[in-house]
Design a protein around this ligand. Structure first.
Ligand SMILES: [Fe+2]
Ligand SMILES: [Fe+2]
Length: 180
């Protein structure tokens, strides 16, 4: 059954913000000798990227995406970027000796579940814009952590941020074109 509460809140943003909150203890502690904190931080990147892949794919095949080539193509391209980010984060976790978690807690109730897309395109895009901005802020926090410790992870995050900044510009363009 359609649940108004699900679409009334920006669950996408809430989800990203919860990921950011979850790593704050790591960001304020000194680096331990083992890679576990780095792996835990990267699991939040993987979780955020998985949600983005699902959400943008969902929008690309929504009625709006199917009826407008611009919307469909744009969101498919963004989903492809997010899939690349997902793979980068997972590979880095593996390289550090961890196991990428492709089934992070809460995934089942997250951004691409039933009732998430109610046809209100402008609202969804605005949610995406807010969440992308939060993702960028989160990754910048992580760069602060990784900068003195792990140049390779830093470079990876900087690459990803460049794409996310493009995504925010694209979302703003879409909003400008469709919300007026
Ligand atoms: Fe991404
Ligand atoms: Fe993005």
């Amino acid at each position: 059954m359609f649940n108004q509460q699900i679409v009334a809140e920006n669950f996408f943003l809430k989800d990203v913000n919860a990921l950011r909150d979850s790593v704050k203890p790591y960001l304020t502690t000194e680096p331990p000798a083992d890679p576990a904190p780095s792996i835990a931080l990267l699991q939040t990147v993987l979780a955020a990227e998985i949600v983005c892949v699902l959400r943008y794919t969902m929008i690309s095949v929504s009625q709006d995406g199917l009826q407008s080539a611009w919307i469909g193509t744009e969101f498919q391209e963004q989903a492809n970027d997010e899939r690349k980010h997902m793979a980068m984060a997972a590979a880095r976790i593996q390289q550090l000796g961890g196991t990428p978690n492709f089934n992070p807690p809460g995934l089942a109730s997250r951004a691409a579940g039933p009732g998430t897309y109610d046809g209100n395109f402008a609202k969804r895009v605005n949610e995406n814009l807010e969440a992308e901005q939060s993702v960028i802020a989160h990754y910048r926090d992580l760069i602060t952590y990784f900068a003195p410790r792990d140049a390779q992870t830093c470079a990876m995050l900087e690459d990803i941020i460049r794409d996310e900044e493009d995504h925010t510009s694209d979302m703003a363009d879409l909003l400008g074109a469709y919300v007026s």
